[in-house]
Design a protein around this ligand. Sequence first.
Ligand SMILES: [Zn+2]
Length: 275
Amino acid sequence: MLKTLFPNGLKKAFTLSYDDGCYDDIRLLGMMSSRGIRGTFNISSGITRPEGQEFIGAWERMTPSELENYDREGIEVAVHGVRHRDFTKISESELIYEIMADKSAIERRFSRVIRGAAYPYGSFDDRSVEALRRCGIKYCRTVWSDDSLKMPADWLRLRPSCHHSDPKLGEMTERLLGEDEPERRMLYVWGHTPEFRRDSNWELMERLLDRVAGRKDVWYATNIEICEYELAARALEYSADGGYVFNPTSLEIWLERNGEPMSVKPNETAEAWRE
Ligand SMILES: [Zn+2]
């Protein structure tokens, strides 16, 4: 098997994941769009600020009409439980409803098929993982920092690199952007935008995005774009002697052959090695 690379042969990826569908997301969305940064917002669609009610607090949600702010290029909207209930503390039928009612409401609102999620309170167990899988969810983010830039092994127990307030963020950002290493790496940062208001540190995010944005060697992607790419890469099929690789998926997959990038287009076969 050949080593997987990101699209266009890249070895670095950057993504964001922000929870709860808060009013302060509007500011982050603007910061991301102006710099070409892509990412994911996890929404509890059953909890919104009443239409016409002015924003006054720190942790208030979007009104239903403000949700249109998420409807833009490079932004994924994902499931966060329709009422933000703890997946490990409700009955199985309530759990399925939390997932499916949120998924369905977001799908109708944004005319998309939603396949991503984040655990409310970061709380999960084997039952919730299985329920998500059965509901067509491909990945679900926890709040347990991986403290690394490694690609996730288990997408339904997805561990972010770190929270934006993690003191290691600066060092991890420099490691992402540093010299090429043999392995691919991804910086995956999560949080809640009202934390920037509470902690008066929006400039922390400004600095991070300024540092990471606009580079030719970084893949900027939403959570689901990265997850779907990884799942497609895992679906590649090799000939018995490993000499050929067939791509049965709908995505062009990039691989490393003899230290050089190559790609296999959808429904095509490529040489994995030559004598
Ligand atoms: Zn939450």
